[in-house]
Design a protein around this ligand. Structure first.
Ligand code: IVH
Length: 675
């Protein structure tokens, strides 16, 4: 393809992809299959790789781009981003209209626009000549933070406007939010990473938008609803309703529940309807926003320093109540996290009886200073687990004891520890019934003991039916035990038993990895075996011995020590061995790539990428997916991608396929000509 042709096709593809993004993320009505979309995206990516000079920041391939920042710069808003006055009662809404009428000395013509009040983060999107150029948080209303890199990762934010004559400049305002479902998932991830959970979707959205690394923001499915512009006068629209229709036309996502109404009576009805619907919406709303529709009237009314006189937030009844904490209980989650829960005198919060609220972790208990016997304000937020908002310390009648999460697991009695840099306190017991399912699934998984067929469903049933009560039971269960499971036939049961027998001779590193010791992944497990040789030695290794192994740091070493210091874990290991486990002698080979970080680009001739990856990993090397400063080698196959240029810039050692094969000492026959 000629350069000029490539340029043309690149532009065409960008428009096409932007259009399909719009259909999928804004209109929720895709016209092509995911596979067709991926095909377009790949074509664009390939062309841009071949002609990097044509890459522009508004390409859909550049949604996630830019390096992590150390801080956000600030940017001013061309027109201040105001706040809204709040009303909680009908009377205040009537007073709002009365005041307007008094000021206008006439009735309001053109009606009101009513919109759901999204509980998210206000943002301004700046477009010049139809291209997205900046995303700015509200900040203090005058100056906000430049979160452009992050906003660009939000798929429902158009990177280019799909109209023939876009305005020269437009600053669109809206609310960035996370769905209730995304919020739940993010909190699960936070727990797995040992990080504190977010209290509500709003905080999770704020935390996601203010990530310095745009890759993290991109992994969170942020969304947006747009509802205003900085300077509507510059556009050919005369009312809020027209503006919202215009924003839709430009490709912005506007809430489908917006409504144009004539009277306050309808406003009140809308408020009631929304308050009844709020639980069933996939995102959080905390009220409605009432806006005088006609821009001429808006202009006549003007604004105070804080908020416009033509708009009002009519909030829903707060879902809060006061009650007394009668106990704090500690539960153990499936990943071993000890989670404290406040139990209180049952209280009715807008129609739902609430008697428990999560306190998340010790940090949260300390921050609130909540103690058994305290009176607290409890809030219920949609699907979100109720939360203690604050403690009414002035209501403490007697001295109350500060609450500390115990250092023993309340379920199994094993030691519970807080790993460095984490907020959660975790149980370290391998057989802890609370975690048994997760641990068993992990133990049997492909990269661990690789017991084929023992996936999630079978493991779950084995535990639910109490056939497996501890990891070691997996090695003693019989065919007739398996026949008690649902949808089990004699043939499948035979296969499972055979698979289990085969797993008795796996390599030691798989067993170590399968134990599920925190921070001990496959690579670390291999290193332990390479350096220490036997299970006995790994079990007994001192902290000093462990940290002397390259790339095993203090946090990992401590975690290994904690695990093998737990008598219950030693007993379980002994029992597993008694069940007839023999580790195969095959150690991972010490090789050229041991402890080295490696990245591949392009196609290898002698083997697949996965085969090459396995060889590196078998030597205890690490295969990375992006170019970073600490990379040791870039291995280059046919038709390498942009990684080659990036690596050259960072002066990373580059190996071609032949050099790579020499290093791994495994010169296979090459199918094509050498590089
Ligand atoms: S209009 C000058 N419309 O609520 C008027 N705001 O409490 C600007 N919000 O700062 C706001 N949904 O972050 C408007 N449909 C909506 C909204 C909305 C949520 C937020 C916005 C604003 C805050 C005021």
């Amino acid at each position: 393809m000629q350069k000029s042709e490539a340029k043309k096709r690149i532009e065409e593809l960008r428009k096409l992809i932007a259009y399909h993004d719009y259909l999928y993320y804004v209109k929720d009505a895709p016209e092509i299959s995911d596979a067709e979309y991926d095909q377009l995206f790949k074509e664009l990516k390939d062309l841009e790789e071949a002609y990097p000079e044509f890459i522009t920041p508004d390409s859909p391939t550049q949604r996630v781009s830019g390096i992590p920042l150390t801080e956000f710069r600030t940017l001013p808003h061309s027109v201040p981003m105001l706040s809204l006055d709040n009303a909680f009662e009908e009377a205040e809404v009537y007073a709002f209209e009365e005041k307007i009428k008094r000021m206008l000395k006439s009735d309001i013509t053109g009606g009101y626009v009513v919109e759901p009040k999204i509980d998210g983060i206000a943002i301004e999107l700046v477009y010049e000549n139809g291209r997205f150029i900046a995303g700015i948080t509200r900040g203090d209303g005058i100056i906000g933070e430049d979160v452009t890199q992050n906003v660009k990762t939000i798929k429902s934010v158009p990177i280019m406007l799909l109209v023939d004559n876009p305005p020269k400049k437009i600053e669109v305002r809206g609310e960035v939010f996370l769905s209730k479902e995304a919020f739940k998932k993010i909190n699960e991830q936070q727990d797995e990473l040992g990080k504190p959970p977010f209290a509500n979707p709003r905080n999770a959205a704020a935390g996601s938008l203010r990530q310095l690394d745009p890759k993290i923001t991109a992994s969170r499915p942020l969304d947006i609803f747009c509802y205003a512009v900085a300077n509507p006068k510059e556009l050919n629209v005369t009312s809020q309703w027209e503006l919202l229709q215009y924003l839709k036309k430009l490709g912005f996502k506007v809430n489908p529940l917006i409504k144009l109404v004539d009277s306050l009576k309808e406003v009140i009805e809308y408020h009631k309807e929304m308050s009844e619907n709020r639980e069933s919406l996939p995102y959080e709303i905390d009220g409605i926003v009432i806006k005088v529709n006609d821009f001429k009237i808006q202009e006549a009314l003007g604004e105070t320093a804080r908020s416009p006189r033509w708009a009002l937030a009519y909030k829903f009844e707060p879902r809060q109540a006061i009650t007394k904490v009668i106990d704090i209980v500690v539960n153990v989650g499936r990943t071993g996290t000890l989670t404290p829960t406040a139990v209180f005198e049952p209280v009715n919060i807008s129609g739902v009886t609430v008697s428990r609220a999560t306190l998340h972790n010790q940090d949260e208990i300390d921050r609130l200073d909540v103690r058994i016997g305290d009176y607290v304000v409890v809030e219920r937020a949609g699907d979100v687990i109720p939360a203690v908002v604050k403690v009414l310390k002035e209501k403490r009648e007697t001295e109350l004891k500060p609450f500390k999460i115990p250092d023993k697991c309340p379920v199994c009695g094993s030691k519970a520890v807080k790993y460095e840099g984490e907020v959660a306190i975790r149980c370290t017991g391998i057989d802890c019934p609370a975690q048994l399912k997760e641990r068993l699934i992990h133990f049997c998984s492909k990269n661990a003991m690789d017991i084929e067929g023992f996936g999630e469903k079978i493991c779950e049933q084995l535990i639910d039916k109490k056939i497996v009560k501890s990891i070691e039971d997996i090695f003693t269960i019989t065919k007739s035990d398996l026949m008690k499971l649902e949808r089990m036939g004699p043939k499948l049961a035979d296969n499972l038993i055979n698979a289990r027998e085969m797993a008795k001779k796996r390599e030691l590193y798989r067993f170590i990895y399968g134990l599920g010791i925190r921070y001990v992944g496959e690579v670390t497990a291999k290193k332990l075996v390479n350096h220490l040789g036997t299970l006995e030695k790994i079990k007994d290794a001192s902290y000093e011995e462990l940290i002397s192994i390259p790339e095993i740091g203090p946090v990992v070493a401590k975690s290994i020590k904690v695990f093998f210091n737990e008598p219950r874990n030693l007993k379980t290991i002994e029992n597993i061995l008694k069940a007839g486990l023999k580790f195969s002698e095959k150690k991972t080979r010490e090789g050229f790539f041991t402890g080295k970080k490696v990245l591949f680009t392009g196609t290898l001739k002698a083997m697949t990428r996965n085969e090459a990856k396995k060889i590196i990993e078998d030597q205890g090397g690490i295969v990375k997916s992006t170019v970073t400063k600490d990379l040791d080698y870039l291995i280059v196959g046919d038709e390498p991608g942009s990684k080659l240029e990036e690596a050259k810039k960072l002066s990373i050692t580059i190996l071609n396929e032949e050099e790579f094969l020499n290093k791994i000492n495994q010169k296979k026959e090459l199918k094509g000509p050498l590089l």
